[in-house]
Design a binder for this molecule. Structure first.
Ligand code: N01
Length: 536
């Protein structure tokens, strides 16, 4: 039978997983390998998660492709030939589909099913999960593999609905090619998605106007084709690379810090930043151990990037507007291909919207009495990150308590994996886990394996329920708060802090203690008999 996806949601399964991105697929494999009856509910029409939705021009990974890949499929690791240093979205989506093909898991995935609600039935010790199609499934375990950046930020500019041309959201790009040839295009936002798409849109558009509220730091990707010899060299020692990843802060091998900026001269720091700039990529940010703790050290990196922007952009006023003044790396450092160079093109314009309110009219955008006519608008305005997908799923735990209430003052979890009051619910890369500060694919593996081992242990012991204890959740959140406070990443308003979404509680959401410390803590919890969890 063709592996095309299950047509109907079953009435009952042992395990329900939400999402068929890389995490959902690996969970399905692990659960099947361990003899569980698991089904995944996926709102998209195919696998791939983030890479299924983010099809905007220029979308590509900012982690090197030989590293942004799975290690749990050693044959695929050897057989898959990444074509570029940084893979573009179509290649990553093809990789996700290759995994689904090899695992033959589509028959365990119900596509085009959005979960609308889930209730924990305390008497039956199981979850009842409702889908947008009206289907309901009951399961003992409910696992949210919904990703950290999967719900677009729906901005609300006055007059938005009146615009007569097409509008696009980078995180929900159409599945058919969009042709901007000859058009006047407006892009709102200058985060990673905009920085990747702007140079590509500029290649087609007749006029491109970018509406920027806050400039962002970006370093060159120095993307290039990978040749057979380079791939072969990495493949020959993949196990070493994977070990190095696992022991690094961000699950990324290479780019070790030179030392502390405080122990280094200004010239030495500048030289190191130049070396990393020439090398390209996100590890620019890891040059010195104290650069994300010490404002003086950070400012040298920031100054270096600002100097590069001014060197690249011909018009001094535009260059000035593009120079960020906040902490480098507090918002995720962007990795670009010809982003700043694009502003030298005569048909590309930058508009500062930081001081005046922007509105939308039938013809385009309006600010300070001036109209900017546009044929199409691209909203590159980001995501309701980390909690968006979990809260939208209307999860109610013990005594019918909604997750919204438990998280009224911000997300709270134990290890980013479990939540007090929500038994038998697991979150992959949930808030208060390292997630977005790491290379997601290997990080996802650790979470999926931990959750699977946990459920296997319960089965071995004849137990049917597990729940994070309130004390454990409290102390993990307190540890998160302390670690976050010391780190400059928590110093700017961003999607890490929830401040990009109107009305969202403010708090630094991901765990910034590093992947090895986090993994060790997860392992310690297991070796201490699932310390901090109550089991029945
Ligand atoms: O979103 P963002 P993104 N009025 O939140 C602006 C990952 N990612 O989709 O900074 C006006 O970074 C907002 O302005 P401001 C990566 O982790 C990875 O670009 O809030 N402007 C900002 O400029 C990344 O960090 C890759 O003042 C408004 C922009 O919209 C994360 O996804 C590629 C506004 C949003 O930037 C999010 O990136 C792409 C408003 N009301 C993304 N609301 C890879 O390379 C928002 N903005 C793998």
């Amino acid at each position: 039978m063709a592996d095309t996806g299950c047509r109907k949601v079953p009435k009952r399964a042992e395990i329900v997983i939400v999402g068929a991105g890389f995490a959902g697929m690996y969970l399905l494999k692990l659960m099947r390998d361990n003899g569980f009856d698991a089904v995944a509910l996926e709102q998209g029409g195919g696998v791939g998660g983030t890479w299924y939705w983010n099809r905007y021009p220029g979308a590509r990974c900012d982690i090197e492709s030989m590293q942004y890949s799975h290690k749990y499929l050693p044959e695929l690791e050897q057989q898959w030939n990444w074509s570029e240093r940084y893979a573009a979205q179509p290649e990553i989506l093809a990789y996700a589909n290759e995994i689904a093909d090899r695992l033959e898991i589509r028959s365990n995935i119900c596509f085009e099913r959005q979960v609308t609600a889930a209730h924990y039935d305390e008497a039956a010790q199981e979850w009842e999960i409702n889908c947008s199609t009206g289907e309901t499934v009951c399961a003992r375990f409910y696992i949210m593999a919904t990703g950290c950046l999967s719900v677009p930020n729906q901005v609300d500019f006055p007059g938005m609905a009146s615009f007569t041309g097409p509008t696009y959201q980078t995180g929900q790009w159409p599945h058919v090619p969009v042709d901007f040839t000859g058009q006047r295009v407006a892009v709102i936002g200058t985060g990673s998605s905009a920085i990747q798409s702007i140079p590509q849109i500029a290649k087609q558009a007749a006029e491109l106007t970018i509406f920027q509220r806050t400039p962002n730091y970006a370093v060159p990707a120095k993307n290039r084709a990978l040749d057979e010899a380079e791939r072969a060299e990495i493949k020959a020692q993949y196990a070493n690379l994977r070990r190095e990843q696992a022991e690094s802060f961000a699950n990324i091998a290479g780019g070790l810090p030179l030392g502390k900026a405080a122990d280094t001269t200004y010239e030495e720091q500048w030289d190191e930043y130049q070396r990393r700039w020439d090398e390209g990529g996100i590890l620019f940010n890891g040059a010195f151990r104290d650069a994300m703790f010490d404002k003086t050290a950070n400012e040298i990196a920031a100054k270096f990037v600002r100097a590069k922007i001014r060197e690249t952009v011909n018009d001094p006023a535009t260059a000035n507007l593009l120079c960020p003044t906040n902490t480098l790396g507090a918002k995720r450092l962007c990795v670009d291909i010809d982003y700043f160079e694009t502003y030298n093109l005569p048909h590309v314009h930058l508009v500062d919207i930081s001081k005046n309110p922007l509105s939308i009219t039938p013809e385009g955008l309006k600010m300070d009495g001036k109209t900017y006519e546009a044929d199409a608008i691209v909203y590159a305005t980001g995501f309701d990150a980390m909690t968006g997908a979990l809260l939208r799923a209307n999860i109610c735990g013990r005594k019918g308590k909604p997750l919204h209430d438990h998280w009224a003052e911000g997300p709270r979890t134990y290890l980013g994996l479990a939540i007090n009051g929500f038994p038998n619910l697991f979150t992959v890369t949930g808030p208060a886990s390292p997630s977005v500060f790491t290379n997601m694919l290997p990080t996802i593996e650790q979470h999926c394996e931990w959750i699977t081992d946990c459920i296997c242990t319960l089965r071995e012991k004849g137990q049917v329920e597990i729940e994070a204890e309130l004390d454990a959740e409290n102390s993990w959140m307190e540890h998160n708060r302390k670690v976050g406070e010391a780190h400059l990443r928590s110093s700017s308003a961003s999607w890490y802090t929830g401040e990009n979404i109107k009305g969202k509680p403010v708090g630094f959401m991901p765990y910034i203690g590093g992947f090895p410390k986090y993994r060790d803590k997860c392992e310690e919890v297991v070796s201490n008999g699932y310390h901090g969890f109550r089991t029945i």
